[in-house]
Design a protein around this ligand. Structure first.
Ligand SMILES: NC(=O)c1ccc[n+]([C@@H]2O[C@H](COP(=O)([O-])OP(=O)(O)OC[C@H]3O[C@@H](n4cnc5c(N)ncnc54)[C@H](O)[C@@H]3O)[C@@H](O)[C@H]2O)c1
Length: 262
C-alpha cells in the first residue's frame, strides 16, 4: 500500500479514465474525493471507492469556473481532513474543422482543459504552502499535445499548454516541496473511443498505430498516476510520462512503411 493515510482529489473522476484513477489510488490506500460536473457520476465513483474500503467523497464542480475549483478543494479538505494529491483529469474534445472552429468552442475547450489545470493547481498549492505541507500534482494531458489533428486545434493547444504549464509550475513550486508532473495517455478505452473500436478498419490499423497492439485501460493510467503520486517518484518533477503502448514512437515508422509501400 503506497498511499495509506493520503487524501487525493480527482477531477472528472465520475467516469472513464478519472474513475480508473480514483480506483487505483484507493487500491493503494488513499481516500479519494471525486469532483465532477455530473453529480450522479461523482456519487457512483465515490461509492465505488468506498467498496474498496477507503473513504470516498462526491463533489459537484465545473472545473472551468474558479469559484467551483476553490470550492472543490475546500470541500475535500473539510470532508476528508486534508489534501495530498491533486489529479487534474478533466478534458473535453469537441472536434471541429479549423475553418469552422468558433470562438465559443475554443474558449470552452481551453477553459475546461487548460485553465482548469492552472486554477486547480494554484488553489491546491496555496493550501499546501499556507499549511506548510508537501503535495503532488498530476495532470492528464494526451499524446495530442504533440500529435496535431486538423479538426482538433483547440484540443491540441490545450494539451500542449498542459505540457509546458507542468514544467513552469514544477519550477515555481519545487522550493515548496510540491512535485508537478503530467501523464499523456494514448488510445484508452472510454465512452469516447468505443464507437471507433467496433469498426473493422480501426481494428486492423491498431497494431500499426500502437506497437503494443492493444488499447489502454483507465487502470493503465491509474497505475501511472499512483507512481507519480507516491513516494517512489519523490525525485521526479516537471516531466511528462507517455502511457500510450508506444503510440508516440510509431509515427516515423508508419511514414517509412508508407513510402516503402509496405
Ligand atoms: N480516452 C482517451 O483515449 C484519452 C486519450 C488521451 C487523453 N485523454 C484525456 O484523459 C482525460 C479523461 O478522458 P476520458 O476519456 O476519461 O473522458 P470522459 O468523457 O470519459 O470523462 C470525463 C469526465 O469529466 C467530467 N467533466 C466534463 N467536463 C467537466 C467539467 N467542466 N468539470 C468537471 N467535470 C467535468 C465528465 O462528466 C466525465 O465524468 C481527459 O483529459 C482526456 O483529454 C483521454
Amino acid at each position: 500500500m503506497k498511499l495509506t493515510g493520503k487524501v487525493a482529489l480527482v477531477t472528472g473522476g465520475g467516469a472513464g479514465i478519472g474513475r480508473g484513477i480514483a480506483l487505483e489510488l484507493a487500491s493503494e490506500g488513499a481516500d479519494v474525493a471525486i469532483a465532477d460536473i455530473d453529480p450522479n457520476r461523482a456519487k457512483e465513483s465515490a461509492a465505488a471507492v468506498e467498496t474498496s474500503g477507503r473513504r470516498g467523497l462526491a463533489i459537484t464542480a465545473d472545473v472551468s469556473r474558479r469559484a467551483d475549483v476553490e470550492g472543490m478543494v475546500e470541500a475535500c479538505v473539510r470532508g476528508l481532513g486534508g489534501l495530498d494529491i491533486l489529479v487534474n483529469n478533466v478534458g473535453i474534445s469537441k472536434g471541429q474543422p479549423f475553418l469552422e472552429l468558433e470562438d465559443e468552442t475554443w474558449d470552452l475547450v481551453l477553459d475546461t482543459n487548460l485553465k482548469s489545470v492552472f486554477m486547480g493547481s494554484q488553489t491546491a498549492a496555496r493550501y499546501w504552502v499556507d499549511h506548510d505541507r508537501r503535495g503532488k500534482i498530476v495532470s492528464i494531458s494526451s499524446v495530442d499535445e504533440v500529435l496535431a489533428f486538423p479538426f482538433n486545434a483547440h484540443y491540441n493547444c490545450s494539451k500542449a499548454g498542459i505540457h509546458i504549464l507542468t514544467k513552469s509550475m514544477a519550477l515555481a513550486l519545487a522550493g515548496h516541496g510540491i512535485n508537478v508532473n503530467s501523464i499523456a495517455p494514448g488510445l484508452i478505452e472510454t465512452e469516447m473511443l468505443r464507437p471507433s473500436m467496433g469498426k473493422a478498419k480501426w481494428q486492423e490499423g491498431l497494431p500499426v498505430k500502437v506497437p503494443l497492439a492493444r488499447v489502454g485501460t483507465p487502470a493503465d493510467i491509474g497505475k501511472a498516476v499512483v507512481f507519480l503520486a507516491c513516494g517512489d517518484s519523490d525525485y521526479v518533477t516537471g516531466t511528462t510520462l507517455y502511457v500510450d503502448g508506444g503510440h508516440m514512437i510509431s509515427g516515423a515508422s508508419q511514414v517509412l512503411a508508407m513510402f516503402r509501400g509496405e
